[in-house]
Design a binder for this molecule. Structure first.
Ligand SMILES: Nc1ncnc2c1ncn2[C@@H]1O[C@H](COP(=O)(O)OP(=O)(O)OP(=O)(O)O)[C@@H](O)[C@H]1O
Length: 681
């Protein structure tokens, strides 16, 4: 290969001077100088981990650097073509769809995109353009990725290992094409490669080691000045010299505290472009509609979770076995079933048990012969409770209510005339429901009995009258308490999950970095996602409201729009947290772990599982700062009480969501501003 004429090098396409970059305490680039003449191929050679990718990212403005300076002849992102080390293809698109996506990013017309696609297909021997990226081999993906970098015919190409894994013949034709690009079209190309010998094709090579360029010159000049026949040999000589010279010790550089973080001279797109926004939106929509498992998760999950919640949570337990030891009467089978006849002779224990059997579904009577057997079953949790009627229970009851008044009935008689109940109280919910059910059934039984005898039934009632409730029903169910909270929690969590997973997938696969390098702005990225999320959220919310309020008939005493608006607003807040999570997370594991933590924190402190009025007194004032606490209360206020938006409980809910959303947006803005939206290993 002819070496690049030195006189043409005066005009530099890129000048890097004294560049330093470190990750925490790891100094990756140190006092690095590099000059790339215009219209040449510059081969950046160096062992793995020497900092090549870091250098390229600093040049393109994907990374801040700590000190030094970078000069570039091209200033706009659209003049730059970048092929990252990871292929960073969008797997759910076909090759042509991906060309269309990137073409739109660059503002190319459809006919131009089509023409370039055909050109690049024959040049790079690409598979048919309607092939899915996800089905291509590694080498094919690399060629497609290379084609994307060339699509808009940029002036400056930065290629991170373009020929790795390619057929030698294809590699050679790519090199020939690159040389043609530089000679005919005066493009400038920087490429990295592990195949040192292929860099002979380059006009200039830079030998990089330990974060520094040891030498840069045309490859032939480098070899001849060191009497070497291969570049490999030349690199070895430079590496040995570098090893012996022991340049600056690490600490010297680490101790330099950079005063400010510097960017590359490439001007980042800041203005909003409808064409890029549309390209991103169409790409996202194609992705979501093509990924059937994702679609199922998005819509089946709310359906299933809401259905499970309604059928599995909050309903009163039924058919709880309860042991009955009846020493009042051993064989209730032959006692007449007209339980409430004013008859104080036939065994009241049997008549009460008969009434219990028919009046409530909560307990299921299991007759036992003696107390020992019943207690054994209670300990083994074969039964949840034990009812014991002492001998002469009926007579004692009669003595209490018929033959005498309660005041002059002896204590022993009162004792005998009491139903003895022993329960397994280890399960709070079951124990409370059984206690309530047994006492109300017993009171009801005696009320009806007294009624038959034409006695005032107030004798057996507490001196308290429970009036019709202002809100809710006389016999509230736990599901009714939970459903508004579940709606709010799911409304928050589903968008959080989707946004985090979707953006993180793009980030980790390198697609996001690539699209941001070609000019997509954070605002366009966020708006395109927002539009899709709004559509998904509205469908999910409609589905969830339908299941809760139409299928399962949870309390809903209000108009449709206000709870829908609250759910929607809550979902937006979940999405904003998703933006923040995807910006700060570098892996799905990290996002998943923090997402799970957030879910449990938010669930426990939202009043979903238990009323917040029952929280420990030290947290009583703080709890309302929890992200979903006020909105959950607002949802209850709307759906069960029909409070308007002007009610303090309701507008505080909306304000709390707005406040948290603002916080998430500010957090995301700061992360993007100071760290970028890029993937960091
Ligand atoms: N985000 C990061 N945080 C911390 N260290 C990093 C980060 N990115 C890269 N490094 C480290 O910086 C060094 C240089 O990495 P870089 O990817 O630039 O090397 P490279 O020369 O391109 O390697 P390869 O040829 O294998 O791709 C490596 O030791 C790497 O572990």
């Amino acid at each position: 290969m002819k070496s690049f004429p030195m006189d043409e090098m005066d005009k530099s396409a890129l000048c890097v001077r004294g560049l330093a970059k470190r990750y925490d305490s790891h100094q990756v680039l140190r006092d690095l100088n590099m000059t790339v003449p215009e219209g040449c191929i510059y081969g950046l050679l160096g062992p793995s981990g020497c900092g090549k990718t870091t250098l390229l990212n600093c040049i393109m403005g994907n990374l801040h650097y700590d000190s030094g300076s970078i000069y570039m002849s091209c200033k706009k992102q659209s003049q730059l073509g970048f092929m990252p080390q990871d292929v960073a293809l969008i797997e759910s698109l076909s090759i042509f769809e991906m060309f269309t996506y990137y073409g739109r990013m660059f503002g190319l017309s459809p006919s131009k995109i089509e023409a370039r696609a055909e050109e690049l297909k024959s040049l790079l021997q690409l598979p048919p353009l309607d092939s899915w990226n996800g089905c291509l081999s590694g080498g094919e993906q690399r060629r497609v990725s290379f084609a994307v970098a060339l699509l808009h015919d940029p002036e400056f190409l930065i290629l991170d290992e373009p020929t790795v894994g390619l057929d030698p013949l294809l590699s050679q034709s790519i090199w020939l094409y690159l040389v043609e690009l530089t000679t005919k079209s005066k493009k400038t190309i920087i490429l990295t490669t592990h195949y040192i010998e292929e860099a002979r094709h380059a006009h200039m090579v830079g030998l990089m080691r330990g974060g520094n360029i040891l030498a840069e010159a045309p490859p032939m000049d480098l070899m001849s000045s060191h009497n070497c026949s291969t570049l490999e040999e030349t690199f070895l000589i430079f590496s040995q010299a570098d090893e012996q010279s022991h340049k600056l010790p690490d600490e010297t550089i680490i101790s330099q505290e950079p005063s400010l973080k510097l960017w590359s001279p490439i001007t980042k797109q800041t203005s909003f472009s409808f064409s890029r926004f549309k390209a991103q939106l169409l790409k996202n929509t194609l992705y979501v509609t093509r990924e059937v498992p994702l679609l199922l998760i998005l819509f089946l999950m709310p359906i299933m979770q809401c259905t499970f919640q309604n059928v599995a949570v909050g309903l009163d337990p039924t058919k709880l076995p309860i042991a009955v030891v009846n020493h009042d009467h051993y064989d209730c089978a032959h006692i007449p079933t007209h339980t409430h006849a004013c008859d104080w002779e036939s065994p009241i224990s049997c008549r009460f048990l008969n009434y219990l059997h028919h009046a409530t579904d909560t307990v299921h009577i299991v007759n036992k012969h003696n107390l020992l057997e019943a207690e054994r079953d209670l300990k083994k949790n074969n039964v949840w409770g034990l009812l014991y009627f002492a001998p002469n229970f009926t007579q004692a009851i009669a003595a209490r209510y018929v033959n005498a008044s309660v005041l002059n009935t002896p204590d022993e008689v009162l004792d005998t005339g009491a139903v003895n109940v022993r329960l397994d109280m280890s399960n709070h919910v079951v124990a409370n429901i059984m206690t309530m059910d047994l006492s109300t059934t017993l009171i009801d039984f005696f009320r009806k009995l007294f009624h038959e005898c034409h006695w005032p039934d107030t004798v057996v009632q507490l001196p308290m009258r429970i009036e019709e409730p202002i809100y809710g029903t006389r016999r509230p169910v736990f599901t009714h308490f939970q459903s508004p909270a579940i709606l709010v929690a799911f409304g928050f969590y589903f968008p959080l999950l989707f946004t985090t997973a979707f953006l993180l997938h793009e980030k980790v696969s390198g697609v996001l970095e690539r699209t941001m390098t070609v000019g997509l702005t954070p605002l366009e990225l966020i708006l395109a996602h927002l539009v899709l999320q709004v559509v998904i959220t509205n469908l999910q919310t409609a589905l969830m409201h339908f299941i809760f309020y139409v299928l399962f008939d949870n309390p809903f005493v209000c108009s449709v729009w206000l709870p829908f608006l609250l759910s929607f607003w809550q979902a937006m807040s979940g999405m904003f947290l998703g933006f923040f999570m995807s910006a700060v997370s570098n892996s799905h594991v990290m996002a998943m772990m923090s997402g799970t933590g957030i879910f449990f924190f938010v669930t426990f402190t939202s009043g979903l599982l238990w009323p917040l009025e029952g929280i420990h007194s030290s947290m009583r004032d703080l709890i309302w700062w929890s992200p979903l606490a006020l909105s959950t209360e607002a949802m209850r206020g709307i759906t069960a009480r029909n409070w308007p938006i002007t009610h303090p409980h309701i507008y505080k809910g909306f304000l709390a969501i707005t406040g948290w959303s603002t916080l998430f947006i500010i957090g995301t803005y700061l992360v993007i501003k100071y760290r970028g939206f890029h993937y960091r290993k």
